[in-house]
Design a binder for this molecule. Structure first.
Ligand code: 5HM
Length: 195
C-alpha cells in the first residue's frame, strides 16, 4: 500500500512533504464505498506516551491496537493512514513541523476518522479529533470501558457526526467498530444529501 512505502522515509524533506500534501484537492475526497462505506480512513491514537524511553520505539504490546485495527480495515479494502506505522513505530519519528501539516491534510482527505483518545489523554489525538470534527468527517471514537474521557470528547456527538464504541477487549469489538463506522458514514452522507 502507499502507507508501507511511506514508512521508508528516514529524513523527511519538508519541501517534498509539503508538495505531496497539497497536490490532490483535499476538499474533494473520493466517494465512499465498500463494506464499511469508506475507502480511506485516518487512524489516530496516543503516540509519544507509548514510546519506550530506552529504545524510542513503541513496544509490541502498545502497537497491538493499531496493528489490529489497520489489518482489520485493510482486509476490508480500506486504505488506512496511521502516523505510528508511517513513522515506523517511533524509529522514524517526524519533526513537529513535518507531521502536523501532513496529519491535518491526511485527515481532510480521508473519508472517515477513527481515534483512540487515550488515557492519559493523547494531546495530539485531541487536536486531530478537533480537526476531523471541524472538517465535518464521519468520526468513530473508541473508548475503553471504565476510563475517564474529557467533556469535549464525550459531548462531541452533539456537534459532529460521531459514533462511540465502548470496548473492554478491542479485538472483540471489531464487528461493533464496523457497524459504528457504517453508521457514521451513512449519517454523514444523509446530512450532506440535498433535501
Ligand atoms: O500527543 P501524541 O504523541 O499522543 O499524539 C498522537 C497523534 O498525533 C497521533 O494520532 C498522530 O497522528 C500524531 N502524531 C504524528 O503524526 C504525533 C507525533 C508525536 O507526538 C508524531 N507524529 N511524531
Amino acid at each position: 500500500t502507499t502507507e508501507s512505502t511511506a514508512t521508508t522515509t528516514t529524513a523527511p524533506d519538508p519541501t517534498a512533504t509539503t508538495t505531496a500534501a497539497t497536490a490532490p484537492d483535499p476538499a474533494a475526497p473520493a466517494p465512499a464505498a465498500g463494506p464499511v462505506g469508506a475507502r480511506t480512513l485516518f487512524l489516530a491514537g496516543p503516540f509519544i506516551q507509548l514510546l519506550d524511553p530506552l529504545t524510542g520505539r513503541m513496544p509490541e504490546a502498545a502497537r497491538t491496537p493499531f496493528t489490529e485495527l489497520i489489518a482489520h480495515f485493510e482486509a476490508l479494502g480500506v486504505s488506512v493512514h496511521n502516523a505510528h506505522r508511517r513513522e515506523a513505530w517511533g524509529a522514524e519519528l517526524m519533526r513537529p513541523e513535518v507531521c502536523t501539516p501532513l496529519d491535518r491534510d491526511e485527515i481532510r482527505r480521508a473519508d472517515a476518522f477513527v481515534a483512540l483518545p487515550g488515557h492519559p489523554a493523547s494531546p495530539g489525538t485531541h487536536i486531530e479529533i478537533g480537526w476531523a470534527s471541524a472538517f465535518g468527517k464521519p468520526i468513530v471514537l473508541l473508548l475503553e470501558r471504565g476510563r475517564e474521557y474529557t467533556f469535549l470528547v464525550r459531548g462531541l456527538g452533539t456537534v459532529a457526526t460521531v459514533e462511540y464504541v465502548e470496548y473492554t477487549v478491542l479485538a472483540d469489538a471489531l464487528p461493533e467498530v464496523d457497524r459504528a463506522l457504517r453508521r457514521a458514514v451513512a449519517r454523514h452522507r444523509e446530512a450532506a444529501a440535498p433535501a
